[in-house]
Design a protein around this ligand. Structure first.
Ligand SMILES: NC(=O)c1ccc[n+]([C@@H]2O[C@H](COP(=O)([O-])OP(=O)(O)OC[C@H]3O[C@@H](n4cnc5c(N)ncnc54)[C@H](OP(=O)(O)O)[C@@H]3O)[C@@H](O)[C@H]2O)c1
Length: 321
């Protein structure tokens, strides 16, 4: 079958190991099933994998991709929850120390077919296209959990989203404004700031700009480049939720501010199957659809990966299969 896979690891030149070509059909164990993929979304995670973060040489070749929407063997339209917990784990899958995402231990979703545990398969409502559904399981689910489970965001709060254009960041902007939060964003580019306003942000600032007032909560996926600004932008007692560190993971901790202003710094990762089901319902209720930057066939994977690497994207890149 046709697949997009990592043939080698290269921390400095991630696309050097990217291949589009034939891979064996998925084999699955008891309790697993094979999904015919109709659409699969690209995530920054796929670039990290090609750089060797979370993926070792001994696992290669590895089909990339965490997110898929497609059809199950009975022909039902489905969305795949990407967090695979161990068989014996019960409760919040994201807390299982042995959890894994598609494309880490098991072959990923950027392929004609992907094998997944049956319990990770969710019905796809007809109102949601395969392309939109494929955006939800990683970026949008992560944003949902950051805001509503970990960040406890309420209507009327002011929420700062750092790095407005990313897959997670666009989801944060849309979801937070949909529940009545006042969303402020930062971005490095004027065009991307304009896009964020169109998505529902109330104000958009240059990265690092002084804000008119301090905010209740900050949503961080950028890391080192924006961390100090995030900490300094919070009200006393405010909350910083972090799920990513695209620009680096070792910023100055700003500890004096953290304890003196009694800030909460909260980590967040992916989300549960229950949260994914709630996210899907919320999108239908509010007629929300993920922002798709471009849709392209799987055969054009290099183009999509290059755009993500260049930071030349607002929202998600989706591959059709
Ligand atoms: N923990 C989890 O479960 C989880 C889940 C999903 C994602 N993540 C992580 O979260 C991060 C974002 O993921 P994504 O898929 O949304 O990535 P993406 O679509 O590639 O977005 C990248 C974002 O980073 C910003 N950015 C990059 N470098 C920057 C810099 N030097 N200064 C300021 N902003 C910078 C960009 O903002 P502008 O260009 O607008 O300034 C853009 O919003 C990744 O590191 C990813 O691994 C973690």
């Amino acid at each position: 079958m046709l697949a997009v896979y990592a043939k080698s690891i290269n921390p400095d030149d991630p696309l050097a190991g990217l291949e589009v070509g034939e891979r064996p059909e998925p084999e699955h164990a008891d309790g697993w099933t094979t999904i015919d993929v109709r659409a699969a979304a690209l995530n920054h995670h796929d670039l990290w994998s090609l750089r060797g973060v979370g993926l070792g040489e001994d696992s290669l070749p590895m089909i990339l991709g965490c997110d898929a929407a497609g059809t199950d063997p009975e022909g039902n339209a489905v969305v795949v929850h990407s967090v695979i917990a161990s068989d014996t784990w019960r409760g919040d899958e994201t807390l299982d120390p042995k959890r894994t995402l598609l494309s880490e231990l098991h072959q990923g979703a950027l392929a004609q077919r992907v094998a997944v545990p049956k319990r990770n398969v969710i019905p796809k409502p007809a109102e949601l296209s395969f392309e939109h559904a494929a955006c939800l399981p990683t970026a949008w689910l992560t944003a949902y959990r950051m805001l509503f489970t970990r960040g406890d965001i309420k209507p009327g709060m002011t929420v700062l989203v750092q790095g407005a254009s990313g897959g997670v960041a666009t989801a944060l902007t849309v979801l937070a404004s949909a529940v009545g939060a006042r969303v402020w964003v930062t971005s490095r580019s004027e065009d991307k700031r304009r896009s964020a306003l169109e998505l529902g942000a109330e104000q958009a600032f240059e990265s690092g700009a002084r804000l008119p007032e301090r905010v209740d909560a900050v949503m961080e996926t950028v890391g080192q480049a924006t961390w100090a600004h995030s900490v300094r932008s919070l009200k006393p007692g405010g909350t910083l939720v972090v799920s990513g560190a695209t620009s680096g993971s070792a910023p100055p901790a700003e500890l004096n501010r953290v304890f003196f202003l009694q800030l909460s710094v909260i980590g967040s990762t992916m989300g549960t199957k229950d949260e994914l089901e709630r996210l899907i319902r919320f999108c239908l209720e509010r007629d929300i659809r993920p922002t798709i930057h471009a849709t392209m066939p799987l055969t054009q994977a290099h183009e999509g990966f290059q755009a993500l690497l260049d930071g030349d994207v607002v929202g998600k890149i989706v591959f059709t299969v």
